[in-house]
Each structure stands twice: as structure tokens, then as C-alpha cells.
Write a protein that binds this ligand. Sequence first.
Ligand code: PEP
Length: 255
Amino acid sequence: MRKPYVAGNWKMNLDRAGAVKLAQEVARQSDGRGVEVGVAPPFVYVSAVSEALRGTGIHVAAQNCYYEASGAFTGEVSPGMVLDAGADSVIIGHSERRHIFGETDEQVNKKVRSALAAGLNVILCIGETLDEREANKTESVCERHTREGLKGVAAEQMAKVVVAYEPVWAIGTGKTATPGQAQEVHAFVRGLVAKLYNKQTADALRIQYGGSVKADNALELMSQADIDGALVGGASLKVEPFLAIIAAAQKAKGL
Ligand code: PEP
């Protein structure tokens, strides 16, 4: 069985004290039995949060990174720097990076390869906009994001990759894909990964769902066969809803 993975994307929220406190409380109160848990603080709090979570087994992820190792790239942070700050993971290709900051599939792919080469775990985000869904392009967009995002990534490296399916129209909007809609895309992506790699790699791949996951919809979503956890934005900024989503993952997977 795939170990479910619930990660909180804190986006550009919290301050240093609030980030450390939230991390400490998640660690103190969560019985992460059978579930992998992660948090993604803003870059400047990665060190403090990593320090607070040392030895707890909770992953710390950056929300982005650049693909070069060093140099004249003002404002950017390399995968090596993310590791050096204490994180073990990075979110790449989040829809806010793609749609607000104009990240292309090619840039996303360079970041994925560079992060993996540096030794980071990667959460690769994919997902269609509302216009794309209404134009029946959900599968073609998710295929392009997955295929292009993973270009040049070897089968052995896939153990360090998690895919997050996040329909853009469901992020921060309060609209959630129905469990059936989400399952359909997750199964499609798993099938695609089987074609790109092999069945074993596809069977082992964790595919998180993201998009307005809350305590009251998490169980039904994660009860779907191909939904292996959640990437959570808003509901990860407070201890109780985030813990409730972790508990829902345990229940959904019979842990
Ligand atoms: C996200 O940021 O990845 C996300 C899914 O946000 P929210 O849960 O707030 O929709």
C-alpha cells in the first residue's frame, strides 16, 4: 500500500513565531501513524521551522526553488540552499507559480531535475484551469504537465517524486473537485506514469489531491483508490483543521 502523504502549503503567510508555533503544535499533537506529513513554510522561515521539527519525521518543503546551483540570479534560491536551510523537499510548479509568475513547463522541468539531483524530494503540481476543464482539456493539460515536468527524470528517481493534482479552479476558492472528478484524473495520471515508466513506478507513486481540502471533505476525497493524500493550503494554517485532515487520511486508508 502507498503511504498517504498530507502536506501543508503555507504560501506567503505567517511570521517567524507563528510558523514555528504551528510547526511545533502539529508535531506535538499529531499522531502521524502511517501517514507522511509535511509543511512548506515561506523560504525565510525554512531554517527556523526545520530546527523546530528536527527529529519529528515531519518533512519540511520549500515552496519553490531555482534550477541553477549558484550565481547572478538575484532573488532566487537554489536547491542546495533549500537543503542547507534544513528542508528535505520542495514544491515545484504550483499553479500560483505557473499562473501568477509565468513559470513554463520547461522551467518546471529544469527545477524538478535540479532539485532531484541535489537530493531533495519533489512535489510536482499539475492541474487545469476552469477554462481548460470546460473545454475538455483536463486530461491533455495534466498529461502535458506530467510528461514535460518529468522529462529526463529516471525511474529510480521517481521514488523521490510526489505528484499533486490541483485543479486551478479549486485552489483557494472553496470549490472542491468531487471525489469522482478527482479520482478520474488521478487514475489517468497513474496510467500515464505507467506508460512513461512502468507499472511498478506508477503503483508506487503518491498522487496528492489539492484544492480547498478541508476537514469535512478530506475523508471522502482520500477514500478514492488513487488519491494518496492531500496538498493543503488554507486549512494547513491552523493546527486543528490540518490535524483533522491527517486523521481523515488515516481513516480513509484504514490505518
Ligand atoms: C494549495 O495551495 O496547494 C491549495 C490547494 O490551496 P487551498 O487548499 O487553500 O485551496
